[in-house]
Design a protein around this ligand. Structure first.
Ligand SMILES: C[S@@+](CC[C@H](N)C(=O)[O-])C[C@H]1O[C@@H](n2cnc3c(N)ncnc32)[C@H](O)[C@@H]1O
Length: 355
């Protein structure tokens, strides 16, 4: 695509490509996940000097994890509970794992007879046995410490996502067979695999890393050298509604406590969480407010070329608060499959760095 912006192509070092092979972040299919471009992103970031970083829209947590691996003091934020729980397990947590005893406890029969999931989701998503397992697992969580609980919740969410076609909860027919091995395995077995992956990924980078679960506009902006911004851009078609796709994981992460299920919906989804970034009408103003809010930090922004606003408009908005704006172009194929996949495959992934 022709553009008036001068872009720098990225030459990732061999070392970086090799590093991706050993990257052991438990992979979750999440809309807009930057999993595939991590080597490029870290290659760009390593050119700049910074010690503290905010991943303001952390999603799957993979960017926060890379920043942690780079030895930075990381704060991960997302306004949804499920991404915040994943970040608590692997970003904030520096050494706690689920040991054999914990796992044994988690697999015990239902401790308090709770049956919310079995009742509410009967006939949807998973089998009766899987729903019983989810209720029983949750009955053991309240007495665990916060990092063990986060690891168990992150693991069970990953297991549930892997058992669902394309990892999303917009389809309610649990017999839908797209040939995956994970469809045939009981959730309990997928959970045990996920626990192993999460345990393996826990590490200490010597810094005090933190998780926030808040709207980005409520964060105290004064403490970060660098702020990484990856909001849910308004796509040309379709939508960027995370709750529509991941409502089951969001509910499961807190056992639906305090959440309102829209009972008339076939998917039994929870209420949508409004964000101004997901709509063409409101995204310009939201981005401007965001850039002003974090204007004292270096801003690193992920952007896909087929989104709204255009890359030229985005450049202009960043120029309102920053003198120096660099644009990097990444060859990228979207990993997330939707009806729009063919279209989005053509998208060019850009990284704006504004100082
Ligand atoms: C494109 S995804 C981020 C993907 C992430 N960088 C990754 O690699 O997985 C955008 C995220 O922003 C979150 N989000 C949307 N609006 C928000 C807001 N106003 N404040 C905080 N988080 C928000 C969504 O819940 C979603 O997880």
């Amino acid at each position: 695509m022709a553009t008036i912006l001068g872009k720098s192509a990225i030459d990732i070092a061999f070392k970086e490509r090799e590093r991706q092979k050993s990257f052991n972040y438990p992979r979750l299919r999440y809309m807009g996940s930057k999993y595939k471009i991590i080597p490029y992103l870290t290659s760009i970031l390593s050119q700049y000097k910074f010690s503290t970083a905010l991943d303001a829209f952390s999603g799957s947590g993979v960017v926060s994890y890379s920043l942690k691996e780079m030895g930075k003091q990381v704060t991960a934020n997302d306004f949804l509970n499920f991404p915040a729980t994943v970040a608590r397990a692997l970003i904030e947590n520096s050494g706690t794992v689920l040991n054999e005893n914990d796992i044994k406890t988690l697999l015990q029969p239902n401790k308090d007879g709770r049956n919310f999931i079995q009742n509410k989701f009967e006939g949807l998503y998973f089998s009766k046995e899987d729903h019983e397992f989810l209720d029983a697992l949750w009955s053991h969580l309240p007495t665990m410490n916060k990092y063990k609980r986060a690891l168990a919740i992150a693991s069970v969410c990953l297991a549930a996502a892997r058992k669902q076609p394309r990892g999303v909860f917009t389809i309610t027919d649990f017999r839908y067979d797209d040939g995956r091995r994970s469809l045939r395995l009981p959730l309990k077995a997928l959970f045990l695999e996920a626990v192993e992956e999460y345990n393996d990924a826990v590490f200490d980078n010597g810094k005090s890393n933190k998780v926030i679960c808040s709207d980005v506009f409520n964060i105290d902006s004064r403490q970060f050298d660098l702020v990484y911004l990856d909001p849910p851009y308004a796509p040309p078609k379709d939508d960027a509604d995370y709750i529509k796709r991941y409502h089951f994981l969001e509910g499961l992460s807190v056992y639906w406590e305090g959440m309102k299920i829209m009972e008339h919906t076939k998917t039994k989804k929870i209420e949508k969480r409004f964000t101004p970034f997901a709509y063409k009408r409101t995204i310009h103003d939201a981005l401007r407010r965001l850039f002003y809010k974090f204007k004292d930090s270096m801003l690193v922004m992920s952007y896909s070329s087929n989104s709204v606003p255009s890359e030229v408009e985005l450049y202009g908005l960043l120029k309102e608060v920053k003198r120096d704006v660099q644009v990097y172009s990444i060859p990228h194929t979207y990993s997330f499959g939707t009806h729009e996949t063919a279209l989005r495959r053509q998208a060019e992934e850009l990284i704006f760095v504004a100082k």
